[in-house]
Design a protein around this ligand. Structure first.
Ligand SMILES: *Cc1c(COP(=O)(O)O)cnc(C)c1O
Length: 414
């Protein structure tokens, strides 16, 4: 029998009063009357975005047109913003570039890594990995003629499953369903002990938990711009290639902006030195400008304070709800070393429960088949909001407020 910590509303109020990150919230635009527990899916809007995009549109694009590639720094932008992300994830300048989507970056990372281990044919991952990670591997295996094999195992069985057949281990650092966080350093070391490479998907980690990619010896990583980095819907993603792999790292999407000299317009592909070879084509300047606003806010924030607040928010929510709603099954680890910045519960009527909460202005989301998912973006959430959200969820469950036909109709995006 688990003993949960008993939180009181006064605790939440006190923590808000003494929160060293309290001022950060005013740098985001948040609609009134909404408690937003979905920053893990789409981060909130930084206030600076509007003025920055206005400037890019009016001045850089509207007035200076094509000259802005040089004069406004558009051309270097993927590497420049990549360097800023590097500082957030424990990487060095020149190891990260902003490009494409997470899915496309996965493809590049996977294909490049397989070339580094040509004699090995197994790609090992967690069975519960995010679907796009699994799908991108499947597509790549098919493209390469079906000589590779994707092995999906439970996270508990993973370290045993790494062998001298394993070309690479692909994991999402914080599982999107359960919020469980994997031990980056230990698993990376286990992969290396067998001669395998390690690729981490940081979609639910970057901007949410402290990361030390180089200290952990990570080979390759990808991450998402629109979740905890607050880059906006469909924001460009990023890819990390450790410096010592860059010379050998060849990815198959050999577009002109990954070429050593794009404006020589040479007929043959010659990969650029360094991380630029992970680029493909022209990037979305407007989207990347918005993303940079989100990154800049994160760079000004103390990541250990952010982590401490995130853990306290999620602990308060999970214990308060779990204690009062035995009907819900908590699937997120209570151990703070083993979870990211989200809390998930299971219930067969989870979808309707989430809809009932949304009707009250409390936004979480649902993941099939039965998961109620709540993300805690410590940059802009207050403790009292999270307290109120927990109380609302308890009422939805206890008073069966979810049990209405309108809450059971499925939307395309859940
Ligand atoms: C959100 C997410 C992605 C997103 O991929 P896109 O290509 O941006 O759609 C990828 N991997 C994981 C683990 C995610 O959570």
């Amino acid at each position: 029998m688990t003993t949960y910590h008993h939180y009181r509303p006064e605790d939440a109020a006190e923590w808000d009063r003494t929160d060293p990150l309290a001022d950060l919230r005013q740098h985001f635009t948040l609609p009134p009357g909404i408690i937003y527990l979905d920053g893990n899916s789409l981060g909130a809007l930084p206030r600076t975005v509007k003025a920055r995009l206005e400037q890019v549109i009016t001045e850089e694009w509207g007035r200076h047109l094509i000259q802005s590639w040089n004069q406004a720094g558009w051309y270097e932008m993927p590497r420049r913003v990549g360097d800023k992300i590097a500082a957030l994830i424990g990487a060095d300048a020149g190891e990260v570039v902003v490009a494409d989507s997470t899915s496309v970056n996965l493809f590049k990372a996977l294909a490049g890594a397989l070339r580094l281990r040509p004699e090995r044919k197994v790609i090992l991952t967690e069975a519960e990995n995010f679907p796009t990670d699994l799908y991108m591997v499947q597509g790549l295996i098919d493209l390469l003629g079906g000589i590779h094999r994707l092995e999906r195992v439970s996270i508990e069985a993973l370290s045993e499953a790494i062998s001298e057949q394993t070309a690479l281990v692909l994991l999402t650092h914080v599982n999107y369903r359960t919020g469980a966080m994997h031990d980056m350093e230990t698993i990376t070391a286990q992969a290396h002990a067998q001669g395998a490479l390690m690729i981490w998907d940081l979609a639910h980690s970057a901007g949410a938990v402290p990361l030390h990619l180089n200290a952990a010896g990570v080979d390759l990583a990808v991450g998402c711009g629109y979740k905890y980095l607050n880059g906006g819907p469909g924001a460009p993603a990023f890819i990390f290639v450790a410096k010592h792999h860059q010379r050998e790292f060849i990815q198959p999407l050999s577009g002109w902006l990954g070429h050593t000299d794009p404006f020589a317009f040479a007929p043959d592909y010659q990969p650029a030195e360094g991380i630029a070879r992970a680029q493909v084509g022209t990037q979305a300047v407007l989207s990347m400008s918005a993303l940079e606003c989100g990154i800049d806010l994160m760079l000004e924030t103390d990541m250990s304070q952010l982590r401490e607040k995130s853990l306290r928010l999620s602990a308060m929510f999970m214990d308060t709800v779990a204690m009062n709603c035995p009907e819900l099954t908590l699937i997120t680890p209570r151990n703070p070393h083993q979870r990211g910045s989200q809390v998930s519960f299971c219930h067969p009527e989870g979808y309707a429960m989430i809809q009932a909460l949304i009707a009250q202005g409390i936004i979480g989301d649902f993941r099939a088949p039965d998961i109620l998912r709540f993300g805690f973006a410590p940059a802009y959430l207050r403790y009292t909001e999270v307290w109120d959200a927990a109380q609302a969820l308890i009422r939805v469950v206890k008073e069966r407020l979810w049990d209405q036909p309108a809450f059971k109709r499925k939307n395309a995006v859940t």
